[in-house]
Design a protein around this ligand. Structure first.
Ligand code: SAH
Length: 563
């Protein structure tokens, strides 16, 4: 139960809100000294709407031990902060402060060491931790800048780690250490063992096999081979077996996808134990070995050959380590228009690649130790290749673009070169058209198009054809890259084409530096628009024939009559 103690009207109001919205609270009225003392004996946690100083003096005589005292959180009268004062871990005060943050909009303040970078970082490395990992001890070593060994069997990508890291092999790592391995090992103490997603199971079975038999076979086989089930990335089988209930249930129970391959596909894979009997039955001379190798991909190794129980077979392949490429849209500029997912991808990268001006924007979101590869404007392909090469080398890479990375930006050149040997994550961002539209009103309320006026990579004839099509189709249009020094006639030409098809009074919005310092919004019309106001930091939004100004806002109606 959570006890609530308050003295002032503001505190009582917040306390009453908690009592109404949380199921597990009790309000202690009366003078704070008595209220705190009563709550102390009855509650697991206490929220005191009192100054920390006063609270500490009142509870001092009640303190016994951090394992038995309730967690205590103080919230200031203005409702700005929830400070975990006592019992951060054992008493649950840190969690209580977070919970108050969500309900009251207060900022949780947590000062216990292992909640900050070290241990939290260990939980967020993107791989499961083996049971028995000494997270607190290794986290403390990282925090205290003690030397920590990072021992890996293979270079699976990890986010940057704080502290003094020495990279080595699993066998040579000395404690305190972080070990990245799919093998069951006697880890030195203290250590944290991370399980990379390295193993693929190939499964086969007779009809009506029992899920229990399948799992017993898998667990026994992995154990005998000294491999951890926590490193299993997926299971694969032949199409004919992909709906076999026992296999499906076994995989579902462990959260492994069961990936089907056609018999022809599997028959192409060279395996150590081909069988004519199997080939006669399902059309491929191997199911489990071939499926494991096939799904594990190029460079995979068969680590356990076909092993059978009465009705099931399993084989195990190990994948080559795979680097990770996150292609991240940073949004138009403002920090609160950068998504939490983008921030997480940046914090998880060991290498960040991007234009210097964009990387500057987000440097504070990168973890210490992140390597930054910036370049000036220009060769996109070169930048994309750098990012892909870094990921191929097994690193965790973030390639950043402004707005959305898929809109006139780095996602296309990166995906043109990335093979299926790297894992790709694409994080969407708020693109300029959307950021500009939000400042103008609702100009994109009906069918709309985006056209880049840059003829550096696209011949002008093609751009002009597109503008003509936009004009003929009465699409609202956002011009990206509208005008730069040396590219000055293109925008006037584009507007001229539109003027032939829609009224001179059609609203036009010029948005420069949307959501950035110096943001400027100009609302004008097709007749009056001044291209001199437009540069490469501007998005130009031209309405369709129905777009109009309502109370100073540009509105494209949903209902539509045309022609
Ligand atoms: N990937 C980016 C677009 C890159 S092309 C995105 O999704 O937004 C660059 C063009 O986008 C600029 O010339 C300008 O027309 C537009 N642009 C990008 N950010 C902008 C902003 N904050 N305000 C106005 N226009 C912007």
């Amino acid at each position: 139960m959570i006890g609530i103690v308050a003295a002032t009207a503001a505190g009582k109001r917040m306390g009453a809100h908690l009592a109404e919205t949380w199921p597990d609270t009790k309000v202690y009225d009366g003078p704070p000294r008595q209220a705190l003392s009563d709550a102390w004996g009855e509650c697991d946690g206490i929220v005191a709407f009192l100054a920390i100083g006063a609270t500490v003096r009142l509870v001092a005589p009640l303190l016994t031990h951090k394992l038995s005292d309730p967690g205590l959180v103080c919230v200031d009268e203005a409702g700005r902060f929830a400070v975990a004062v006592l019992g951060g871990h054992g008493g649950g005060a840190n969690a209580l402060a977070e919970r108050l943050g969500a309900t009251l909009g207060v900022t949780p303040v947590v000062t216990t060491a292992s909640d900050s970078v070290g241990a939290a970082a260990l939980d967020q490395l993107g791989m499961p931790l083996a049971a028995g990992s000494a997270v607190a001890a290794v986290g403390a070593a990282l925090l205290n800048d003690a030397p920590v060994d990072l021992g890996s069997d293979a270079p699976w990508p990890l986010p940057p780690l704080p502290g003094r890291i020495r990279e080595t092999t699993v066998n040579e790592a000395l404690p305190p250490c972080i070990l990245v391995t799919d093998r069951l090992i006697m880890a030195p103490d203290p250590s944290v063992v991370l399980r990379p997603p390295s193993l693929v199971l190939g499964l086969g079975s007779s009809r009506n096999v029992d899920a229990g038999e399948v799992l017993a076979l898998i667990d026994g086989t992995l154990l005998a081979a000294g491999l951890s089930p926590e490193s299993v990335f997926a299971a694969a089988t032949v199409e004919a077996k992909a709906t076999e209930p026992g296999l499906v249930a076994a995989c579902a129970q462990r959260g492994w996808p069961l990936v089907p391959y056609s018999a022809e596909d599997l028959d192409e894979i060279a395996v150590p134990h081909p069988s004519d009997v199997v080939r006669a039955a399902v059309g491929t001379s191997s199911v489990s070995e071939a499926a494991a190798l096939r799904h594990a991909g190029a460079g995979a190794q068969l680590v356990v050959g076909k092993t059978a129980s009465a009705m099931a077979t399993v084989a195990v392949a190990r994948r080559r380590p795979r680097g990770r490429l996150a292609i991240v849209g940073l949004g138009p500029g403002a920090r609160d228009l950068l998504t939490p997912r983008a921030a997480a991808a940046l914090a998880g990268a060991t290498v960040v690649v991007g234009l210097d001006q964009y990387v500057e924007q987000i440097r504070d979101l990168l973890r210490p130790g992140t390597r930054v590869v910036t370049s000036a404007l220009g060769d996109e392909e070169e930048r994309a290749r750098t990012a892909v090469d870094e990921a191929r080398a097994g690193r965790s890479v973030a390639l950043v673009s402004s707005g959305d990375a898929g809109v006139y930006a780095m996602a296309s050149p990166a995906l043109e070169t990335a093979g299926d040997d790297v894992d790709v994550q694409i994080v969407p961002g708020v693109t300029a058209a959307v950021a500009a539209a939000a400042l103008l009103g609702s100009p994109l309320g009906h069918d709309h198009a985006a056209v880049s006026l840059s003829d550096l990579l696209t011949p002008w004839e093609i751009i002009e054809q597109r503008i003509a099509a936009v004009a003929a189709g009465d699409f609202v249009v956002t011009f990206y890259n509208p005008r730069s020094r040396g590219r000055e006639w293109q925008l006037p030409r584009a507007l001229e084409i539109l003027r032939d098809h829609r009224p001179a009074s059609t609203p036009v919005g010029l948005v420069r530096d949307a959501s950035r310092a110096g943001e400027r919004v100009v609302l004008t019309t097709l007749a009056e628009v001044d291209p001199g106001l437009v540069d490469m930091r501007t998005a130009v939004v031209v309405g369709n024939s129905q777009t109009r100004m309502v109370a100073g806002r540009m509105v494209t109606p949903r209902g539509y009559r045309w022609g």
